[in-house]
Design a protein around this ligand. Structure first.
Ligand code: AHN
Ligand code: ZN
Length: 329
């Protein structure tokens, strides 16, 4: 009898859940925005810049250009879900026709909401702003003018591959940006002779009907103490994007680099993306607005635009800002 009573008590305790009230059924958790913390590695970005320069000047038609295209396609493929090379023929200012290659990688290719990140990867055949006129016909390494933006975006892509964002991201390396006429051969229609790869893509996007919520172009982002004033075409076409990005930079403590003041007008790839592809796109570009002769990075279009004049900390600032902007979307 005593035994049966014990069983009775034990059963009661079990049934009453040890004195706790029965739990309400578990509801589906409220969907939370994923918290992403990226970790831009400036050594990795520097390495991506250096690898490009080791091919030699990536001048259209050269062996270095062909080899670097393969390298960029291979490297971008490691970090993106879909990677393509868009090829086309473009005539440069002197009548020569080159085969251009835009290298395009997409993360979350089917996501509706997308942003576009871009930089040019070719390097200039002339050092026509070199202090020594002997160098005017020397091709440049374009460590900053070309390779820096690409290096930052490869490191951004590497981060995104480790922690997928919700939005889609397209990364485009444009070709044939920097084959504009040398200073002494400038003519009236010279402006259209720059940015040939972005002109082609903007009129013939890699996917029909392609659109993005906004675009960001990086150009000369690896010099020492870069100064990113708010470039005027960017403010004209995409004022909200300028404000958003300069605000993110300020919150990260980079207001001395991302200077909230008007800069110059730069005829760069973003112009065509705005004009022909109708995607509000800004240009983050190192400017020197008080010097009309040398309006950019100090070694712009000189033989000194080489890896020795690249500062990993500058790459870090820009990459960190871009990743923070993506994490906010
Ligand atoms: C001109 O100097 C005409 N455009 C500036 C765009 C550029 C050249 N970016 C890099 N190299
Ligand atoms: Zn250039």
């Amino acid at each position: 009898m005593k035994h049966l009573f014990n069983i009775f008590i034990v059963s009661l305790v079990i049934l009453s859940g040890c004195g706790q009230k029965p739990k309400a059924p578990v509801k589906d958790p409220i969907p939370q925005k994923q918290i992403i913390t990226y970790n831009f590695d400036s050594d990795s970005a520097f390495f991506f810049v250096k690898e490009q320069t080791l091919f030699g000047p990536r001048v259209p038609g050269s062996k270095a250009h062909a080899e670097c295209a393969r390298y960029l396609y291979k490297t971008l493929s490691r970090f993106t879900d879909a990677t393509v090379i868009q090829t086309y023929k473009s005539r440069v200012f002197d009548g020569t026709v080159f085969e251009g290659k835009n290298i395009i990688g997409s993360i979350n290719p089917n996501a509706q909401k997308r942003i576009l990140l871009c930089a040019h990867w070719d390097s200039r055949p002339y050092a026509d702003h070199d202090p020594d006129p002997e160098n005017f016909n020397t091709p440049i390494d374009g460590a900053n003018d070309g390779a820096s933006g690409v290096g930052v975006l490869l490191e951004v892509a590497r981060n995104l591959s480790l922690q997928k964002p919700e939005i889609g991201v397209d990364i485009i390396f444009f070709d044939l940006e920097d084959y504009g006429p040398p200073e002494k051969l400038k003519k009236e229609n010279s402006d259209e002779m720059w940015g040939l790869g972005s002109q082609y893509w903007s009129k013939n996007p890699h996917k029909t009907g392609y659109s993005a919520y906004y675009g960001v172009l990086l150009d000369m982002v690896g010099g020492t103490n870069p100064q990113f004033y708010q470039e005027q075409l960017s403010t004209y076409f995409a004022p909200r994007i300028v404000n958003k990005i300069w605000k993110v930079a300020k919150n990260l403590g980079y207001e001395d680099t991302f200077i909230s003041e008007q800069g110059i007008i730069v005829n760069d790839d973003h112009l065509y993306i705005n004009q022909y592809a109708n995607i509000p796109t800004i240009d983050i570009i190192h400017q020197n607005p008080t010097d009309a002769e040398r309006p950019f990075y100090k070694h712009w279009h000189t033989v000194n635009d080489n890896i020795d004049n690249i500062d990993a900390e500058s790459l870090n600032i820009v990459g960190t800002v871009i990743l923070a902007v993506i994490a906010e979307e």
